[in-house]
Design a protein around this ligand. Structure first.
Ligand SMILES: Cc1cc2nc3c(=O)[nH]c(=O)nc-3n(C[C@H](O)[C@H](O)[C@H](O)COP(=O)(O)OP(=O)(O)OC[C@H]3O[C@@H](n4cnc5c(N)ncnc54)[C@H](O)[C@@H]3O)c2cc1C
Length: 432
């Protein structure tokens, strides 16, 4: 493993850091959603910055040169995303915003030439926005309960059903929808992925749901409850093979999860920085908060968790680059995904606590960040499911013992050692 950063790339990272701080962080206060292409403010301020990023050859760095990116690989991407994680609008300015990144990856991987032309190319240029519509109201973590289905009718598929928490559907030009097409097949071959233009008759957004820190009054919710009422799409809108929905979903989620984790490193670092600044600035009972041992413990625990998590993310990125095969790093990605919400939540909660009442108020970002940590523990699969995945993969490297007692049972190990060194022990009987 080599985490050395080459000096040329470090220069780029320094440039990105400065650019995010001075040009992008302020946008988070004036742009309601970087996904809303109808917002004139967003359209005035974001595209010129995207141009600067493109000219510097830092656009869409998750993609290889065949798709218009520099193909930096996951290690470099991790270091970049760590900086981009600091600002809500930064991924959009750099062309690496979720869920468009994952959606573009599956379009690149499974799309036909026609699909790539119509959906992928404008998506890569951020001329349109996409949505991934998989979770259903009756359950997201268990695809066996999905009911949205499609039936064939001539040259078309007719889709009916409901999806829940389809992020950015309200801004999207098209939805990628997971649908039951072959219920008689075994589960993993029973569903297919479809490209559904959002303006297709029958696509109904029942309501846009917001997260806990957002306000219902301002209608900022961006996670749609979508109903598909006799939605007709031509057969060529099937993405990937019929019955191949699970395989397409897996291809999408591997990259998406690690990219979330990279950005989370940056978010956690920002929270940590705020906590340290406050601890060094606020006094109580005649001394700084930073001199209180329990505050020091919060800082030490946060630093340790943050650095351990960061190393796990970098190691996973390094392994993805090395093996070029997501199946070989499933355990690593699941481990990162499972660790992410805990580190994020712990540091956000401690930063809130150290700021006292100010920390709990809407004048600081901590309450939002605590909820966002739950976002990271739910989207792309709940933590529990990823822990199960880690445990399963880990256990593959172990064998049960045939013995009544464990292999490392001390009496057995001792008698084996005594047998191996019997002659030595014999010679030193008097010292025993
Ligand atoms: C901010 C945000 C954005 C999202 N965006 C999208 C999107 O764009 N598209 C989309 O399709 N979905 C999206 N989701 C939905 C997400 O994929 C689901 O929340 C997730 O799959 C869990 O499904 P669920 O919410 O229905 O919870 P459930 O399936 O009801 O699970 C509830 C809880 O049960 C526990 N649990 C579940 N399964 C297990 C298990 N096997 N073992 C032990 N415990 C378990 C976990 O604690 C879990 O959180 C988003 C979610 C959030 C929070």
């Amino acid at each position: 493993m080599d985490f050395e950063i080459d000096p040329d790339f470090q220069e780029e990272l320094d440039w990105i850091d400065e650019f995010v701080r001075t040009e992008i962080e302020p946008l988070d206060f004036i742009v309601k959603s970087p996904y809303d292409l109808d917002d004139p403010i967003r359209q005035e301020v974001i595209p010129p910055l995207q141009k600067i990023v493109q000219n510097r050859k830092l656009w869409a760095c998750h993609l290889g040169p065949d798709l218009g990116g520099p193909g930096y690989g996951q290690m470099k991407l991790a270091l970049m995303n760590e900086i981009l994680g600091r600002a809500r609008c930064a991924p959009t300015v750099f062309g690496t915003q979720a869920p468009d990144t994952g959606n573009s990856e599956i379009l690149a991987h499974f799309g036909t030439e026609e699909q790539k032309k119509r959906f992928l190319e404008p998506l890569l240029r951020n001329e349109i926005v996409s949505c991934y519509s998989m979770t259903e109201p009756q359950g997201g973590a268990d695809p066996a309960v999905f009911r949205t289905s499609a039936t064939e009718d001539g040259d078309e598929w007719v889709i009916n059903g409901e999806k829940w928490f389809s992020s950015n559907a309200r801004y999207a030009t098209f939805l990628i929808v997971m649908v039951v097409t072959d219920p008689e097949n075994e589960l993993v071959k029973s569903q297919s992925m479809f490209l559904v233009p959002t303006d297709t008759p029958g696509v109904e957004i029942v309501r846009n749901v917001g997260l806990g820190y957002e306000s219902e009054d301002t209608d900022h919710g961006s996670h749609a409850y979508v109903r598909y009422n006799d939605v007709r799409v031509p057969k060529e809108n099937l993405l990937g093979p019929r019955g191949g929905g699970f395989a397409v979903a897996q291809t999408r989620l591997g990259g998406g999860r690690i990219h979330h984790a990279m950005r989370t490193c940056g978010k956690v670092r920002r929270l940590f920085d705020m906590m340290c600044e406050r601890a060094l600035s606020r006094t109580t009972k005649g001394e700084l908060l930073s001199q209180k041992q329990m505050v020091q413990e919060m800082i030490a625990d946060s630093w340790i968790e943050m650095e351990m998590f960061r190393l796990l993310v970098l190691r996973t990125a390094w392994r993805i680059d090395r093996y070029q095969d997501y199946r070989k790093v499933r355990k690593d990605i699941s481990a990162v995904k499972a660790a992410m919400p805990g580190v994020y939540r712990n540091v956000a909660s401690r930063a809130l606590q150290v700021h006292g009442s100010l920390g709990a108020s809407w004048e600081m970002p901590f309450a939002k960040e605590v909820i966002e940590s739950f976002h990271m523990g739910l989207a792309d699969g709940p933590t529990e499911v990823h822990k199960v995945q880690v445990a399963r993969q880990v256990l593959r490297d172990y064998k049960p013992t045939e013995d009544l007692f464990p292999t490392m049972h001390l009496p057995r190990r001792r008698s084996e050692a005594e047998a191996k060194y019997a002659d030595v022990l014999e010679r030193h009987l008097e010292t025993l």
